[in-house]
Design a protein around this ligand. Structure first.
Ligand SMILES: [Zn+2]
Length: 198
């Protein structure tokens, strides 16, 4: 799956997985992309997102650096889990750092006739924007070997996903993108070899 500036691959099945996927490996998360992620995942409203975009560089910088640190640490941690490698303390610290500052509680909030659980931070500031991502990442890390974290079977894709399927045999980040591409390639191979058979 290719990344474009406006599209976010939100198919990871868990918030922290989507957060990791939002930044391609070896690329840096930009402020615009971070806000786009927060909006797309309903962490902030479009209105709040627009406000955040107009923040002065000095105010945005600290959150952006923390977001990059968190994303990098989660990517490393998830990759280690897939390879059944030991978790390094340096990947855990950025997660704990956010969990620590974002003390708060959950609250039921009514919206359009439905109720949803929303996290209410005790402290103001911008760090709470990363609270749900850090919490989601912590949950997956704590699941350890039970976590159904996977890497897309397309070697050119690189997206992580959490296998929530009933059969637990999901192989692709997206059937529509990587799954189909693989099927088409397999069909072409089969077709080609059939043609070459005397
Ligand atoms: Zn894929």
């Amino acid at each position: 799956m290719s990344f474009t500036a406006s599209q976010l691959p939100l198919l990871g099945g868990r918030l922290s997985v989507d957060f990791v996927n939002a930044t391609p490996p070896n690329a840096e998360l930009s402020w615009e992309r971070l806000i786009h992620f927060l909006e797309s995942t309903d962490i902030v409203s479009a209105e709040r997102g627009a406000q955040l975009l107009t923040l002065p560089q000095s105010a945005a910088e600290a959150l952006l650096l923390k977001s990059r640190r968190l994303g990098y640490a989660l990517r490393k941690a998830f990759a280690a889990m897939l390879r059944k490698q030991k978790m390094a303390r340096e990947w855990i610290d950025p997660v704990n750092e956010i969990l620590r500052i974002t003390e708060g509680h959950d609250e039921l909030v009514g919206q359009d006739g439905a109720w949803k659980i929303e996290f209410i931070a005790r402290e103001g500031g911008l760090d709470w924007l990363l609270a749900a991502v850090a919490r989601s990442g912590a949950e997956i890390i704590a699941e350890g070997a039970r976590a159904r974290l996977r890497l897309c079977a397309n070697p050119h894709c690189g997206l992580f996903f959490y296998d929530n399927s009933r059969t637990r045999r999901r192989r692709w980040c997206s059937m529509a993108v990587c799954g189909n591409r693989s099927k088409v390639a397999a069909f072409a191979r089969k077709h080609a070899s059939a043609r070459n058979t005397p």
